[in-house]
Write a protein that binds this ligand. Structure first.
Ligand SMILES: [Zn+2]
Length: 198
């Protein structure tokens, strides 16, 4: 299995490899191997679901994968079409937002055993300085879908779009906050992330 090819040129997420890598670097700051690998995962999921389906996305880790979805699909955290679960599993799903049917693609360690660089990188078995980014990226570009698996899924939970609830004005800070947080906003309840400074 290879990614979609047009006249012999490898396309990933609809782009030639060079452009694919450049967009990753522009958005993410560097060609992170997890993001490059994630691009191939997404490429496969996009092909499986097809161009005519309005797809929502779920990714199962906070690392790298959310950016693959945000670069190469219309789904973002901000528009709510992408959900990010902090489960640290290297997997993503695209699904029809009405029918809730879709495809999950994941990095399959049993397959990755045949690509030691990838297996060792993912399992953190080799110190970073002994496996250069260049070599790692080459392994990913060679391996493509051979280290991935996919299956069809029916999404059963977590597909709801987040809706805004009742808004209150906080008696502590005067800012608007969601009423479900309590009598004051979380920050004024001492659960915030900052101390005010001059
Ligand atoms: Zn407040």
């Amino acid at each position: 299995m290879t990614s979609s090819e047009t006249s012999g040129e490898l396309l990933v997420c609809g782009r030639p490899v060079e452009g694919f890598l450049e967009e990753i670097e522009a958005f993410h700051g560097w060609k992170a191997p997890g993001l490059v690998l994630g691009g191939f995962m997404l490429d496969w999921a996009m092909e499986l679901i097809g161009p005519d389906v309005e797809a929502d996305a779920i990714v199962e880790t906070c690392h790298c994968l959310p950016d693959a979805v945000q670069i190469f699909t219309p789904c973002t955290i901000g528009n709510g079409w992408l959900k990010v679960f902090d489960w640290d599993k290297f997997a993503l799903s695209l699904y029809d937002r009405r029918k809730l049917t879709g495809h999950r693609v994941w990095f399959d360690l049993s397959k990755a055993r045949s690509v030691p660089n990838l297996h060792n990188w993912y399992m953190r078995l080799v110190p970073k300085k002994e496996l250069s980014l260049e070599v790692l990226l080459e392994s990913i570009l060679d391996a493509r879908r051979s280290v991935l698996s996919s299956r069809t899924i029916k999404v059963t939970r977590f597909y709801e779009r987040k809706k805004k609830g009742v808004i209150e004005i906080c008696s502590g800070c005067g800012e608007a906050y969601p009423a479900v947080q309590g009598l004051q906003c979380l920050t004024c309840q001492g659960e915030g992330y900052y101390d005010a400074s001059e």
